[in-house]
Design a protein around this ligand. Structure first.
Ligand code: UD1
Ligand code: CA
Length: 461
């Protein structure tokens, strides 16, 4: 059904105790308002309007669609005189012939299926998303008559003690009919406990005019939980992470503990993936078939190919790990790193903007930056590519089957030929020819009968 969607996001969010506007706080790595925008988009609205105010353009700029053609219409509400006043600001930008769905910028997890149900039930009348809560405190209550029909929504601060005992609450999310809504909004009054223009007052108007008011419920109450403070934000984060974990389990991913994995972005997994405890995924991550992720890895924007294994405490950002490769424990792959199939990167090895060829090994304590490492290369412990001279970065090339002895410095730009061997401790400043041993260190000598100096004895004073 074609419709307008308005997202109300102008409120201040004082209880977040933060300089960041409330709707920009992240949940699962994504701003609260972004969650709502994405869900709104999934319903393909004819018009999409965001009413913003507190935080001003910071809010708009932070979650603006990069694709200009999909850009929502942003309407500034100053001052903020209540939810009814907020919706009135959006009116000129809506298609007057279509129903309007109202969403809240601080209710991030409402699901598409729940909204579709609300839209379907509401039809050309009014639809309200309501829920029965054990503790309805703080919410507007749904007042019904003896026949069980909705008669009004009463805000808690305006409610009688009797009304406060009603367990059915207004989630705020509603579908409004076309044509009548502008008139209802124009007729709102602020004569209430908060001195605000309440959007919820249109419900009684609809009832008075004989417009049908249908209520629907969300599939789960977490869908309608709002974020007003950091405690609620933390709770909702856990709820949502649990949902994401359950989704992975249903796909056949093995999780050591579904309560101890965090996905802040999009994680795509093939079959037989195993993820140990404490792993954090950020941005876009894909794990191919039978990949194993050890405990406490942090993986951001990465592609891990089939059967690769990341051991504990590995940190990966904007990098790619090839099939059957083994990385970690305690390895760090920085942006622009590509580890080819069957390669091994061991503990305390940092690699940046480099390609490590198939079957090559850097098993301990090394820095590889701006390098091209061929196939079957062995990089000894303590090897460092000196890629930076204080002003410019230069590349190191290590050809296939080279052997780099321990504690070697490769002063870039420099090239190690195919099959070359570098002796331990070499400081390489010129190219090493293929198939030869290159070594640059002081020849070892021994002094026979060498006596160490003895400690001088100071006479007692
Ligand atoms: C509102 C509902 C209440 C419902 C509750 C659910 C009204 C009058 N009451 O109350 O029935 O149970 O939500 O959470 O609507 N906003 C604006 N401009 C404004 C005021 C608010 O954009 O001038 C936005 C806020 O940013 C927020 C939403 O509207 O996203 C709700 O505002 P809020 O002040 O939190 O309403 P509640 O008092 O919680
Ligand atoms: Ca609220």
């Amino acid at each position: 059904m074609p419709l307008n969607i308005v997202i109300l996001a102008a409120g201040q969010g004082k209880r977040m105790a933060s300089s960041l506007p409330k709707v920009l706080h992240p949940l699962a790595g994504k701003a609260l308002l972004r969650h709502v925008l994405d869900t709104a988009r999934s319903l393909v609205p004819a018009r999409l309007v965001v009413v913003y105010g507190h935080g001003g353009d910071i809010v708009r700029d932070a979650v603006r669609d990069t694709d200009g053609s999909k850009e929502a219409c942003w309407v500034l509400q100053t001052p903020q005189l209540g939810t009814g006043h907020a919706l009135a600001q959006a009116l000129p930008h809506l298609d007057a012939d279509l129903p309007t769905l109202v969403l809240y910028g601080d209710v991030p997890l409402v699901q598409k299926a729940t909204l579709e149900h609300l839209i379907h039930q509401g039809g050309q009348g009014m639809g309200l998303l309501t829920a029965r809560l054990d503790d309805p405190q703080g919410y507007g209550r749904v007042a019904r008559d003896a026949a069980g029909e909705v008669v009004a929504i009463v805000e808690e601060r305006d409610a009688t003690p009797e009304e406060r005992r009603i367990a059915e609450i207004n989630t705020g999310i509603m579908l409004l009919p076309p044509e009548k809504t502008p008139r209802w909004l124009a007729g709102l009054s602020s004569a209430n406990a908060q001195g605000e223009y309440y959007l919820t007052d249109v419900v009684a108007r609809a009832v008075a005019e004989g417009v049908s008011v249908r209520t629907t419920h969300p599939a789960a109450t977490w869908e309608i939980q709002g974020v007003n403070d950091k405690s609620q934000l933390a709770q909702l984060e856990r709820v949502w992470q649990r949902q994401l974990a359950e989704r992975l389990l249903r796909q056949g991913v093995r999780l050591a503990d579904p309560a101890r994995v965090d996905i802040r972005g999009t994680l795509t997994c093939a079959q037989d993936v195993f993820i140990d405890v404490g792993v954090v995924f950020e941005g876009e991550v894909s794990l191919a078939e039978a990949v194993e992720i050890g405990p406490y890895c942090v993986i951001r924007n990465a592609r891990i190919e089939a059967r690769a294994r990341l051991a504990a405490f590995t940190h990966i950002e904007n990098a790619q790990v090839g099939p059957d490769a083994v990385v970690g424990p305690y390895a760090r792959l920085r942006p622009g790193t590509e580890i080819a199939s069957g390669a091994r990167v061991g503990n305390f090895v940092e690699i940046k903007n480099s390609r490590v060829g198939p079957g090559s090994k850097a098993n301990h304590l090394a820095y590889i930056g701006d390098a091209e490492v061929g196939a079957r290369v062995n990089i000894g412990a303590g090897t460092i590519t000196c890629n930076y001279d204080g002003a410019n970065k230069s590349r190191t090339v290590i050809e296939d089957d080279a052997f780099i002895g321990s504690d070697t410095q490769l002063v870039a730009p420099v090239r190690v030929g195919r099959g070359a061997t570098l002796g331990a401790g070499t400081t390489l400043t010129r190219n090493a020819p293929p198939d030869a041993l290159t070594v640059s260190r002081v020849r070892q000598t021994s002094v026979a009968n060498w006596k160490r100096s003895a400690k001088k004895r100071t006479p007692p004073s």
